[in-house]
Design a protein around this ligand. Structure first.
Ligand SMILES: Nc1ncnc2c1ncn2[C@@H]1O[C@H](COP(=O)(O)OP(=O)(O)OP(=O)(O)O)[C@@H](O)[C@H]1O
Ligand SMILES: [Mg+2]
Length: 258
């Protein structure tokens, strides 16, 4: 028996008759980095929204860490340690990088935003916040306003604020989207580092990132699971190559990188 931290069975989401996610049964092994890939519109983000309970499934069940979480609210699921990386909009641009992480730590402890807490209490989170910033390579940016960070560093901050919740399982939706090569390499190293002792489910279009990070990969296409396996297996799968290229005669090694 493999030790799955997350298991879905027949997960389905319909939007007014349109089936965005169709009978997805997914098993994510504890401690692994699991990739969820597929062409645009395949249903990857919808899956994430179902898993974190931002959307209620039309059908199917979700089990996390031995519990049925299908009927839970997003905050309950987050408290159980299943956390989706915050979107950039969740970063407060006028607060410093350090203050953003401190807020995230405080939110983790106190539940809701509380702007009335004393400065000294907030400062008690500083050591932990600085440690997190070091983890994501942002130490030298600590005093800079978050809004002034270069794009790639904003994603690193987003990961730091997610880490502040100390999630057992982290969901990352396209963490390298729109990044330069250099930033991509940094995020790959970062995801590797922060994945120690956690499980990561990663949606990613950059296949070089997927091959470098993921232990196992599920390929979605038009809402359904098309293939599953390690990178070598799914990248050689003709159905997968065809889904990516939208062609019947995929060239050899169409998904190969490096
Ligand atoms: N709230 C919604 N109402 C109606 N249709 C939706 C809704 N959310 C998503 N969809 C549709 O569901 C399908 C899957 O969308 P989703 O965003 O999950 O795809 P994705 O795999 O994340 O794509 P991308 O790689 O472009 O991010 C798309 O056709 C999308 O238009
Ligand atoms: Mg998406």
């Amino acid at each position: 028996m493999t030790d799955s931290i997350l298991e879905t069975d027949g997960l389905t989401k319909e939007f007014r008759g349109f089936i965005a996610v169709n009978g997805v049964s997914l098993k994510v092994r504890r401690g692994s980095i699991h990739g969820l890939i597929g062409p645009n519109g395949a249903g990857k983000t919808t899956c994430f929204n179902l898993l974190t309970k931002f959307l209620q499934p039309t059908r199917g069940t979700i089990r996390y860490d031995g519990r049925d979480i299908t009927g839970m609210k997003p905050a309950e699921v987050a408290r159980l340690g299943l956390v989706r990386s915050f979107q950039i909009s969740a970063v407060f641009p006028h607060l410093s990088v350090l203050e953003n992480v401190r807020m995230a730590l405080q939110r983790q402890r106190g539940g809701s935003f509380d702007f009335w807490r004393s400065d000294s209490l907030l400062r008690s989170f500083d050591d932990r916040a600085m440690a997190l910033l070091e983890d994501v390579g942002l130490t030298s940016y600590a005093r800079i306003a978050a809004g002034e960070l270069p794009y790639g560093r904003k994603r690193a901050l987003e990961i730091a604020t997610t880490m502040a919740m100390d999630p057992a399982m982290m969901l990352l939706d396209e963490p390298t989207a729109g990044m330069t090569h250099e930033d991509v390499d940094r995020i790959v190293a970062l995801v590797k580092r922060v994945s120690a002792g956690r499980t990561v489910l990663l949606v990613e279009h950059n296949l070089k990132v997927v091959s470098g990070l993921c232990d196992r990969i599920t390929v979605l296409a038009r809402g359904s699971v098309l293939a599953e396996g390690d990178y070598g297996e799914v990248s050689r799968n003709p159905d997968v190559v065809a889904a990516y290229l939208g062609t019947e005669a995929p060239p050899e090694g169409a998904m190969a990188h490096g």
